[in-house]
Ligand binder design. Structure first.
Ligand code: ADP
Ligand code: MG
Length: 289
């Protein structure tokens, strides 16, 4: 049975908004050497905003993008759909929507063509090449730390969207506290481009990051980092990484799948509470042993 010390530590953590699903999870946190973080929606705000639309016909490109993103749970998707609503643009009705993890989303137009929205890798998979002007726009947006969504039909890239990926308030402090609590390695794992990753890592004060990762790359890296490893994430696409890590931590604003796959849930979406939980877990472990 669970020692009373563990139960009371779990209760104290719960009062502070850190929900452990088991006493084993609390004990695992006591030994964690590395915490890996997803970027989008975890280190950055779950609520992103659309800042740029570059297309010959901007409203048409936005209608197409919103038609796709209506079917996605990614934080980028909400930004696109909200922006369309605010501008009175009706999302295009599409069918057979399919998420492509680490890439974006595809669907079918009424004419039977493949519509898609996502990163450069997805554009490549659709056989689309960007014009020189689109390339320049893409580099500009990425250099400014924007997430860039390319939207297209078939092998034509029809527009580029820029989405702000602002860090969560207080995140720098939260990561500092985690370092102070004795977690030796803190690293950001992201599917996003190198330039965006570098900008965000600098903004949140992380010296270690890995960019342009596919979901399977994230799994592999979790196995290679100095363990035990905790993974913090929010998205559907983070679920396998949360399950693979020694300890999966979900932010409560995340998707149901992430929350179900995790061992720990941060109820107030406050990563700063994790450092306190590490200290509680270590104290409980010392007392029990
Ligand atoms: P991260 O959360 O670190 O950005 P993801 O695996 O969720 O990692 O996504 C990787 C990349 O794939 C994103 O940075 C984005 O470029 C693209 N992407 C994923 N889902 C979508 C989507 N619904 N719409 C547009 N782009 C997407
Ligand atoms: Mg995410």
């Amino acid at each position: 049975s669970t020692p009373a010390v563990m139960l009371s530590a779990m209760a104290a953590a719960a009062r502070a908004g850190v929900l452990f699903k088991s006493s084993a999870a609390l004990d695992a946190l006591a030994g964690v050497q590395t915490v890996a973080f997803d970027k989008t929606g975890t280190l950055t705000q779950a609520r992103m905003t659309l800042t740029h639309v570059h297309a010959a016909d901007e409203r048409q490109a936005l209608a197409l993008a919103a038609g796709l993103e209506t079917h996605s749970e990614h934080p980028i998707a909400r930004a696109v759909v909200t922006a369309a609503g605010e501008r009175g643009v009706t999302p295009l009705a599409l069918t057979d929507a399919q998420a492509v993890p680490g890439h974006g989303i595809t669907a079918r137009t009424p004419e039977g063509e493949v519509a898609w929205a996502g990163n450069l890798r997805l554009a490549g998979r659709q056989g689309a090449t960007l014009s020189e002007a689109q390339r320049a726009r893409l580099d500009e947006l990425a250099a400014a730390g924007r997430c860039v969504v390319i939207v297209g039909v078939g092998s034509r890239a029809v527009g580029l969207l820029g989405v702000t990926d602002a860090p969560r308030p207080g995140i720098r402090d939260a990561l500092d506290q985690l370092a102070a609590s004795g977690v030796q390695h803190r690293v950001m794992l992201t599917g996003d481009r190198e330039e965006v990753a570098r900008t965000v890592a600098r903004e949140v004060g992380l010296s270690e990051y890995r960019a342009e990762l596919l979901p399977e790359d994230k799994l592999r890296i979790i196995g290679e980092l100095p363990g035990p490893v905790a993974m913090v994430g929010d998205g559907v696409n983070d679920a396998p990484a949360l399950a693979r890590a020694d300890l999966g931590v979900a932010v409560a604003s995340g998707t149901d799948v992430a929350i179900e796959s995790a061992d720990v849930v941060l109820m107030h979406n406050d990563l700063g509470r994790l450092a306190g939980a590490v200290r509680l877990a270590r104290e409980a472990r010392r007392t029990v042993r």
